[in-house]
Design a protein around this ligand. Structure first.
Ligand SMILES: *Cc1c(COP(=O)(O)O)cnc(C)c1O
Length: 467
């Protein structure tokens, strides 16, 4: 029998049988259907916060109030106003940053997961979901060629993944050398989240100069290691970080050379494949990732190239056993979980409560097959190559030849930084694309990143017409 609560005001419905009026449920499901099948035509800059506030106020008054405004009104505000503000990352014109274009199966499973009432922290609460997540992790781990014992968990994003991987690296360092301050070796093109992680972990960043193509090489790393040795600081190196698909240029470091050198020195080798990792399943570029199998830790963001909704990053460790010591939280109410021999994702990263956010990836892979993934990523590379060729043939544009995967960098003859900004604003104002300028070796350039297959000839034409 359900507990009875006193008081006049009705409480909240829970998830369960009869929890929602059938009409409300229909409204929600219709809205979901509409969101999934919405045309990706319009693309516009978001309104200011005050304008959104005014429009919401006009529609329903104060949206958060004592009595609630009810589902249909609140849904109207969401569907008619809030979800229209901002640029969807799955839009064909979303060419700035790195977009996420979820498959319908992944997007819907994300909602289903929320309705499951399950927590993905430990086996006890979410065994089945964690099993599914581990299937997806295994697929990624095998693509990378990590050892059979490799595993890890899903975290919220590349930033969280890089941070946790470096926590694990520092743990191993401390087990070995104690509390001496540590050094983190990174290339000058390392992602900003690596730098902020180093700051949070109190690691001193040593920048290794990348080569003229922007890659971290074994030669440069060897030079830095020799300098550190001469200074008597070699023993203080906690980890070396390489990138497999840099965000700015799509470059892949010399993973084999760097990995072998790190291994020879007993230095933790972390590979940041947040963006590039998805392309491991494409045979034509797989060889450029050679050496990724040497990683002690590896991150891949499925919310970038594996077509799942935010927020999802796969964090893998070659040898997960010792890692748990860094993350296990001691609390009397957690003792049972901490002592269990089952897979408990809470022990592999800086988190405790977590949704089983890897399930949509498992589901989408299961539904469509890895072949569909490979095919789509091949199409994306193909689309990028074609756009590169057009830019290279354009009379006023120069392609930056080093850029790789689905990132395209180019300069426009005679343009200063302001001109690139103006062009980006025009593209958004005209509803063509969201683009942002970037820089390459100190010079302002334009950067495009393709992460879905919806970019058509017409939009490419429109994009290039104004250059
Ligand atoms: C995107 C990205 C990150 C950060 O990932 P988030 O999911 O945005 O936190 C880290 N490294 C690289 C190489 C990336 O492309």
């Amino acid at each position: 029998m359900a507990l009875q609560f006193s008081g006049a005001a009705p409480g909240l419905p829970g998830i369960g049988e009869g929890a929602m009026a059938p009409d409300d449920l229909d409204l929600m499901l219709a809205a979901l259907r509409q969101a999934l099948t919405r045309p990706r035509g319009a693309l516009a800059a978001p309104a200011e916060a005050e304008q959104i506030a005014e429009a919401a106020e006009r529609a329903v008054g104060q949206s958060i109030c004592e009595a609630g405004i009810g589902l249909s009104q609140a849904l109207d505000v969401y569907a008619g106003l809030l979800s229209q503000q901002g640029v969807a990352t799955d839009h064909p014109g979303y060419l700035a940053y790195i977009g996420a274009a979820p498959t319908p199966a992944a997007a819907l499973m994300d909602g289903l997961l929320s309705a499951s009432g399950m927590i993905g922290s430990g086996w006890l609460g979410g065994a089945g979901l964690i099993w599914a997540e581990n299937q997806a992790l295994r697929w990624l781990s095998d693509l990378a060629g990590l050892p059979a014992a490799a595993s890890g968990c899903f975290v919220s994003g590349g930033t969280a993944g890089n941070f946790s991987a470096l926590v694990a690296a520092r743990q191993r360092y401390r087990d070995r050398v104690g509390m001496r301050p540590g050094l983190l070796l990174v290339a000058d093109g390392a992602h900003s989240s690596i730098i902020v992680s180093a700051r949070l972990l109190d690691l001193h960043v040593v920048v290794v100069a990348s080569d003229e193509t922007g890659r971290l090489t074994a030669t440069a790393l060897a030079r830095t290691l020799a300098e550190l040795e001469a200074d008597g600081r070699l023993q203080q190196v906690v980890a070396v970080v390489a990138v497999a698909g840099s965000t700015n240029a799509g470059l892949i470091d010399d993973l084999a050379g760097v990995g072998q050198l790190a291994r020879r020195h007993g230095i933790w080798f972390h590979v940041d494949a947040a963006y590039g990792g998805a392309f491991l399943c494409v045979p034509s570029v797989r060889a450029t990732f050679a050496g990724i199998e040497l990683a002690d830790s590896l991150i891949i963001d499925p919310h970038k190239g594996l077509f799942v909704p935010y927020d999802c990053c796969a964090l893998l460790y070659a040898d997960p056993g010792p890692v748990t010591a860094a993350f296990t939280q001691d609390a009397s109410y957690l003792e049972q979980i901490n002592q269990s021999q089952q897979c408990n994702p809470m022990h592999y990263a800086f988190h405790l409560s977590r949704r089983a956010r890897g399930v949509p990836l498992w589901f989408s892979l299961a539904v469509y097959g890895s072949g569909a993934y490979r095919h789509t990523l091949e199409q994306i590379l193909d689309l990028s190559a074609r756009l590169r060729t057009r830019i290279a043939c354009h009379p006023r544009l120069t392609l930056i030849p080093a850029c790789g995967l689905s990132v395209i960098l180019f300069r426009r003859e005679g343009w200063q930084a302001r001109d690139y900004d103006d062009w980006a604003q025009r593209c958004l104002r005209d509803g063509i694309a969201l683009v942002v300028p970037s820089s390459w070796q100190g010079e302002t350039v334009m950067r495009l990143c393709i992460m879905n297959t919806r970019l058509d000839e017409q939009r490419c034409e429109a994009l290039l017409a104004d250059l």
